[in-house]
Design a protein around this ligand. Structure first.
Ligand code: FAD
Length: 337
């Protein structure tokens, strides 16, 4: 039996019960994917005809108002049961870096805040990735999680920002046991929330907590490529003590007049003015700054951080006129390792 893949026109030989995403990626078909657990929607394909069955209980909701959900499936959650024809999602700038598993060594572990560590790895070989992507880090066979790169693939090292989660297996290990010189296995790159370089309109970059890592990578990547798009950067944190990376952000802003930085914290420090920061949720700041229904028409947005923030911001941005296909997010789901 065959899968007919549009708009490429390719025909793939497959077997009954094959997973659709695996069938595509095994044959180097450029398809975006991310969480592999039916939540992020990156690998959503349109079924033009034939028998493609999506697993029951998929959490992703098809948001397009005009879409017939029955005709869309998430490739990562779908199996093939007969000849079919499918259409791939947005072919615009699908970036495929060959997935690799690399050995790396811990060069540095430095505190960025009371619970965020900057982890610097020296990979044995370079890892090619697009700004904004992430990799799976294996510290031991029992300690494996995805983390986003904060730098660029031209750097000699790989940089990650890791926030300790209370009771967290891997972040507890990183905080208490990982040390300089330890070996780490890096698999990747992964993720679809990477910098779109063909766009010259305004960009909105929204970082919640350690979502700043991929946002830094995106802004660094944009400047390295000479992009002069206006860039509005929103950094959200729980309290002023959780804000980090301002020196890096100011340094980037000094390179491009079009960068504007907004730091928003949900609480303020009692007795301190925190004049530089706005108070509230990052979505409150966005709603106030872009009040008109079409205020963000033509923009592209990169959202990085915890799923509730990413979901709330995505809803708001769509209400303000950003096309859903131009909102790029790899939310930090807890079970995506
Ligand atoms: C695409 C992607 C990119 C990511 N990039 C980063 C990154 O750059 N930096 C970073 O710090 N993390 C990032 N994460 C999250 C990271 O992969 C882990 O989920 C996180 O570090 C917790 O791992 P853990 O083993 O310590 O916690 P676990 O042992 O897996 O979880 C312990 C408990 O904490 C909850 N929990 C897990 N994560 C969170 C969270 N973030 N907030 C609140 N509760 C949580 C779990 O539901 C569970 O109840 C990313 C996740 C994804 C999917």
């Amino acid at each position: 039996m065959q899968v007919h893949v549009q708009p490429l026109g390719e025909r793939l030989d497959v077997a009954p019960g094959d997973n659709l995403l695996k069938a595509l990626t095994d044959r180097q078909i450029p398809i975006s994917y991310s969480c592999l657990s039916g939540r992020c929607g990156a690998c959503r394909c349109r079924v033009i005809s034939g028998d493609v069955q999506e697993a029951k209980g998929v959490e992703y909701r098809h948001h397009d108002d005009n879409a017939d959900p029955a005709r869309y499936v998430l490739a990562c959650q779908s199996t093939l049961h007969g000849d079919c024809e499918i259409e791939l999602p947005e072919m615009d700038e699908v970036v495929v870096h060959p997935a690799k598993i690399l050995k790396a060594t811990v060069l540095a572990i430095e505190p960025l805040t009371h619970d965020i560590r900057r982890l610097v790895l020296k990979p044995a070989k370079p890892l090619s990735f697009s700004p904004g992507q992430y990799a799976t880090l294996q510290f031991t066979p029992a300690h494996i999680r995805p983390y986003s790169m904060a730098g660029l693939d031209a750097d000699d090292t790989l940089e990650f920002h890791i926030r300790r989660v209370p009771g967290g297996a891997v972040t507890g290990y990183v905080d208490e046991q990982l040390k300089v010189g330890d070996a780490v296995r890096v698999s990747g790159p992964l993720g679809t929330s990477y910098l779109r370089t063909r766009h010259d309109g305004p960009m909105l970059c929204i970082a919640g907590g350690t979502g700043l890592a991929p946002v830094l990578s995106i802004v660094r990547g944009a400047l390295a490529r000479g992009m002069t798009n206006p860039m509005e950067i929103y950094v959200g944190a729980r309290s002023p003590a959780d804000v980090y990376g301002l020196a890096w952000l100011h340094e980037l802003a000094s390179q491009h007049d079009g960068i504007r930085l907004h730091v928003v914290t949900t609480t303020s420090t009692p007795g301190q003015a925190d004049h530089a920061f706005r108070l509230g949720h990052v979505t409150d700041a966005l709603a106030a700054d872009y009040a008109a229904p079409d205020a963000l028409a033509g923009w592209r947005a990169y959202l990085c951080g915890a799923p509730p923030m990413v979901d709330a911001a995505t809803r708001l941005l769509r209400e303000r006129g950003i096309d859903g296909a131009r909102i790029y997010a790899d939310a930090f789901y807890a079970k995506a390792a």
